[in-house]
Design a protein around this ligand. Structure first.
Ligand code: GLN
Length: 541
């Protein structure tokens, strides 16, 4: 029978519920338990696919093509839980389902209301998560937003009901809160946590475990006892989550405080002690790395740290494997356009990444960056738009097609070297309509890609509308590039990976390799790109 952990957040948003949930998942898996993970988001967008990543953070894509919240990326990096369309549900998606049912007449005669219809739909989504053939011991459900917000209410009410439906002994509520440090009095303040727990109790939910974010400070014994007393939680279930770096050390901190033992005790599960030695070694190795590799990530101005979360993390994994730290510097491509010399802006870097992106702003600067990398033998890694840019650069400067463009930026271009995917023609709706999710890619032998993956066939995730236009394949091949990965599609093959063999490391992919990178299994292309950048650095030192 499946048991449930519910994670809620209090006092402030972005308090770290996602990492706390993922860390608990990792610790439970280490003890041999099969877990499932899910996030409920209280906003009205049906999914985050239509939201600006500079505001909301990265859109994480699952194998089956769901566009989801970036917390799902943490779940995948910390655990082996299988994530799918079922793993993320928003208020918008839930209302959408209920309204469609109403239109079909499925509630005939009834007034459709938040309770019970919306709450029933929330509960049925939680249940469907564990309805797969593969049994799940513990399902961890994170509720986005902050307790006390109007929009979280239906979710919390659904949890209250769900707990009674499956039996309180099968549920564990984890509340993650901020315990702020007040400089003037020189102490951590527990009052906001008390109020947040009171709001939860008003709804009928009592936390079993409280995870306290305390910044640089630590909870003293008296403060722990005070929170326990006022919040009606046993002492050892107050977990202190100080700011810890690297991110991957967070589960180790939780383990030291017995978070997994306490959770299992509350859920009435007995499980072997488990083994986290490999994870601990990885964290040690990450901390011990001394060499530094400088990578320029060329893109639009990025004010939001989380906009490229999975890319940042994939570099951490690749760096750990190569025993180096990655200094990733975001270079605004519009600044490259304005600069007198691209050389001046980029010459200090050991490798250049052009990552995913949409729209025409800053494109020329990215093309300049790809040209600089190609002509100066600097390792280049292109992801999604970064592959399209590499192809445009070659078309313009090596194939003599000065007008080469993508129809995304220039619909009437004389040379649409990158053009709309055939199945995208006629697509009008924005939400969930890109080429999304995992597709097969066949690798050509004796190429960098084949060497990296050491496989003939791979599966990677996509999120784009435009592709390499095969009408230009022969012209492009004459410039010295090769196609090392293709997706079989009817008569022809989609170009998924291109490389320049006559270059220390120049490789670009139409898919998003960052989504599948894990701390113990770095993504092969990131791993090899970092190794090439490291070599470049050592050559120049
Ligand atoms: N804008 C490009 C496309 O839609 C690239 C998308 C991306 O980088 N994810 O094809």
């Amino acid at each position: 029978m499946t048991k449930y952990v519910f994670t809620t957040g209090g006092v402030v948003s972005s308090v770290g519920k996602g990492i706390a949930s993922a860390s608990l998942g990792m610790l439970l898996e280490a003890r041999g338990l099969r877990i499932a993970m899910m996030k409920m988001d209280p906003y009205i967008n049906v999914d985050p696919g239509t939201m600006n990543p500079y505001e909301h953070g990265e859109v994480f894509v699952t194998d089956d093509g769901a566009e989801t919240d970036l917390d799902l990326g943490h779940y995948e990096r910390f655990t082996s839980a299988k994530l799918s369309q079922k793993s993320n549900a928003t208020t918008g998606a839930i209302y959408n389902t209920v309204i469609q049912k109403e239109r079909r007449g499925e509630y005939l005669g009834k007034t459709v209301q938040v309770i019970p219809h919306i709450t029933d739909e929330i509960k049925s989504r939680i249940r469907s998560l564990t309805a797969e053939e593969e049994p799940v011991d513990v399902a961890i459900i994170e509720i986005g937003g902050t307790v006390g917000d109007i929009e979280s209410l239906p979710f919390l009410e659904a949890l209250r009901q769900f707990r009674l439906d499956v039996g309180p002994e099968n549920c564990c509520c984890v509340h993650v809160t901020l315990v702020p440090y007040i400089d003037a009095s020189g102490e951590l303040k527990t009052k906001p946590t008390q109020h947040s727990v009171r709001s939860l109790r008003d709804i009928g939910l009592q936390p079993d475990i409280i995870v306290c974010r305390t910044g640089k400070h630590s909870l003293a014994r008296e403060q722990r006892q005070k929170i326990a007393l006022f919040c009606n939680v046993v002492d050892d279930a107050i977990i202190n989550a100080e700011d810890i770096s690297p991110l991957y050390a967070i589960p180790l901190n939780f383990k030291r405080q017995g978070l997994d033992d306490i959770t299992l005790r509350i859920l009435g599960i007995t499980a072997p002690e488990g083994d986290i030695a490999e994870w601990t070694d990885m964290v040690e190795r990450l901390r011990a790395a001394e060499k530094v590799v400088h990578i320029a990530a060329v893109g639009k101005y990025v004010g939001h740290d989380d906009a490229y979360k999975s890319i940042n993390e994939a570099f951490v994994h690749a760096g750990t494997f190569n025993d180096c730290k990655i200094q990733l510097t975001w270079v605004d491509s519009e600044e490259i356009e304005k600069a007198a010399s691209t050389q001046e802006m980029l010459r200090h870097f050991d490798g250049i990444l052009v990552g995913p992106g949409f729209g025409s702003r800053g494109i020329e600067g990215k093309i300049d960056a790809a040209r600089f990398a190609r002509e100066n033998n600097v390792p280049y890694f292109g992801i999604c738009l970064g592959m399209q840019i590499a192809v445009l650069e070659l078309a313009r400067h090596k194939a003599g097609l000065a007008q080469a463009a993508s129809t995304e930026f220039m619909p009437d271009t004389a040379h649409p070297v990158i053009s709309l995917l055939s199945e995208q023609r006629g697509v009008k709706e924005m939400g969930g309509t890109m080429r999304l999710g995992q597709y097969r890619c066949d690798l050509r032998k004796n190429t960098r890609a084949h060497k990296a993956y050491n496989a003939d066939t791979i599966y990677e995730r996509h999120r784009h509308r435009y592709e390499f236009n095969n009408d230009y394949l022969d012209t492009l091949l004459e410039t010295g590039m090769i196609v090392s990965g293709t997706h079989p599609k009817g008569e022809h093959e989609l170009v998924e990976i291109m490389e320049i063999p006559d270059h220390p490391w120049f490789c670009a992919v139409q898919f998003h390799p960052e989504f599948k990178s894990k701390p113990l299994h770095p993504q092969p292309l990131f791993r090899d790109f970092v190794a090439a950048a490291l070599q470049n650095r050592q050559k120049r030192d």
